[in-house]
Write a new protein. Structure first.
Length: 390
């Protein structure tokens, strides 16, 4: 089933999920409506086996976003749910701590176009989605039906008109920027140099591989990202040993091919390679001072932050051109990730000094056709807290 015609300019997604036992037998319901008329475009009620209420609710949201992508791909979206948890987490106001929620929120964010609005509504105003979830649990229905298909549908008398005092107004996304190319940026796991806090650059230094701890970190991150496997196009890797090893672990779990992009390699630290900050400071404090004072100052005679920026942005252009409208997992390093974040935010390049990135962390940036970009997640790790809702 696919959408036909021009389609509505804006749609409503009403979604719900429930578990009889929490955890127990669970199912979800989602309905897609024309925001202007209230007309039902499509609906989905599906059992999901044993799960908690929150997992079922997130699955309802994901189902609703998939309906929107299929039946109204150009429409602005407002999501209405009676789950305060899902609404607040997806709006970026609450952190996502539970490990079961993180991959679900990640998938929902992947599906949600820029400008999607999340609104909490009382349970009595979410009856349609609730009914679909219960029909799924009762074995009455299973799967998607579009308007006009033969399947259980809501009686016309139960379709509630929007109340006159409704105050929430969906915000609009960028005109013409509905399709995003999303980069899931993954910093490599730790090496011996990482643990010793030594300068470890690109291909010209010692080029250490992942330690056992680093490999374990990357396996954990790969597992966390596993829901992306069926949606991502490829794993793009810096050719540096530690990032290539990280990419191989990611690709094995996600069942994707690895493609190398030299633009995403780490800064070349020249004569500082393999040294610690205190060692460089003791040998040449003036050089260290100049490096921290200017993004145009080469590190140890190697590259400057400005030079890395030019290289990284060239690599970004290559990836955006090759994978337009798709999701790509990128195994790379601290400096390239910070560079991409600063560029996405329109921040000055020296803002890199104010960012910190954990090993094996995930940062997500989406790029739109009108040259806009959106930072959707920064420095998230599987065992820690996320910032925002991606």
């Amino acid at each position: 089933m696919t959408a036909s015609g021009a389609g509505p300019a804006a749609v409503l997604i009403e979604a719900d999920g429930g578990s009889r036992g929490n955890p127990g037998p669970a199912g979800y319901g989602a309905v897609l409506k024309d925001a202007a008329t209230g007309r039902v475009i499509a609906e989905d009620g599906t059992p999901i086996g044993v799960a908690t209420n929150n997992v079922a609710e997130y699955n309802g949201l994901i189902a609703g976003l998939r309906l929107a992508a299929e039946f109204a791909p150009e429409a602005d979206i407002e999501v209405r749910m009676d789950s305060k948890l899902v609404v607040e987490q997806m709006s970026g106001r609450w952190k996502i701590k539970h490990p079961d929620m993180k991959p679900l929120a990640m998938e929902a964010n992947r599906l949600a176009p820029f400008g999607t609005v999340y609104t909490w509504v009382p349970r009595e105003r979410n009856k349609h989605a609730d009914r679909l979830a219960n029909e799924a649990l009762d074995g009455v229905r299973n799967g998607v039906t579009a308007a006009g298909d033969s399947a259980p549908s809501e009686p016309e008398s139960l379709v509630e008109p929007e109340p006159a005092d409704q105050t929430s107004t969906p915000s609009r996304g960028w005109s013409g920027a509905r399709t995003a190319t999303t980069l899931v940026l993954v910093r490599h796991g730790v090496t011996a140099h990482t643990l010793d806090k030594r300068f470890s650059g690109g291909l010209t230094g010692a080029n250490p591989g992942l330690s056992e701890e680093g490999r374990a970190q990357m396996r954990a991150t790969a597992e966390w990202l596993s829901p992306l496997g069926e949606h991502a196009a490829a794993v793009v890797a810096s050719p540096v040993r530690r990032t290539r090893e990280s990419a191989d672990l990611l690709a094995a779990r996600l069942d994707l091919d690895v493609v190398e992009e030299a633009g995403f390699a780490e800064m070349d630290f020249g004569s500082w390679e393999g040294l610690t900050f205190p060692e460089v400071q003791a040998r040449d404090p003036e050089a260290m001072r100049r490096w921290f004072s200017s993004v145009d100052e080469p590190a140890g005679g190697g590259e400057s932050f400005r030079a890395v920026q030019r290289r990284v942005l060239r690599g970004l252009g290559t990836v955006l051109g090759k994978y337009a409208g798709q999701t790509v997992v990128v195994a790379t390093h601290v400096t390239p990730i910070k560079t991409l974040v600063a560029d996405a935010m329109g921040a000055p390049l020296d803002s890199l000094f104010a960012m910190e990135l954990s090993p094996a962390s995930v940062t997500v940036v989406s790029y739109y056709a009108d040259d806009r970009s959106s930072l959707r997640l920064f420095n998230a790790v599987p065992t820690g807290e996320t910032i925002g809702g991606w």
